[in-house]
Design a protein around this ligand. Structure first.
Ligand SMILES: [Cu+2]
Length: 186
């Protein structure tokens, strides 16, 4: 009986110790443990790719070594919404350059999956953090693929209008130009 009493005493203590906080506002997806980061990152791409991919955090530390040349990264903690990525090597080169604000040096076609969608972003300024006008501010992207070409001249003639209903060039005339391919209609 003593054991039961001790347990219930602990339960009472725990309950009274719990701070009474007002209901939290709708929480951002929080990926805190290593396993959660991995599960979150894997959702960016098709399982056939993400199951064997490397997993990196946004400090670009390898959390899990992969075997297929792909890398998946979890939701970016500093952006709204859930925006994990799966990228092949040219795209990883791009992301390293983007995060470090240097010029990417990839030389082959890059593919990236963002099947969970993306955070709102300026179509012209790679580092904008405040909403721009609706012609420029890209919201509700939904599932999409992204393609890099080594010769940015190849992008000339492709629409830069994110509202055209199909693929478009994001960040044209910058070293970070790439083709956005919506998978869902928008
Ligand atoms: Cu994207």
């Amino acid at each position: 009986m003593k054991y039961v009493t001790t347990l219930s005493l602990i339960a009472v203590l725990l309950a009274s110790a719990a701070p009474e906080e007002p209901a939290a506002p709708a929480a951002e997806p929080v990926a805190n443990s290593q396993d959660e980061l991995i599960r979150n990152a894997e959702r960016a791409g098709p399982e056939s790719i993400s199951a064997d991919s490397s997993i990196m955090d946004w400090e670009l530390n390898v959390i899990r070594a992969g075997t297929n040349g792909w890398t998946c990264l979890p939701d970016r903690p500093d952006t709204p919404g859930d925006d994990p990525w799966c990228v092949n090597e040219p795209w990883l080169n791009f992301l390293q350059a983007y995060v470090g604000q240097t010029e990417p040096t990839y030389t082959e076609i890059g593919f990236a999956y963002m099947l969970m969608g993306d955070s709102p972003v300026s179509n012209s300024d790679p580092y904008a953090t405040e909403a721009t006008d609706p012609d420029d501010w890209v919201t509700d992207v939904g599932s999409h693929l992204m393609i890099l070409v080594p010769d940015l001249g190849m992008l000339e003639g492709i629409s830069t209008d994110h509202l055209n209903g199909g693929p478009w060039v994001m960040w044209p005339d910058t070293p970070y130009a790439h083709i956005m391919i919506p998978v869902e209609s928008r």
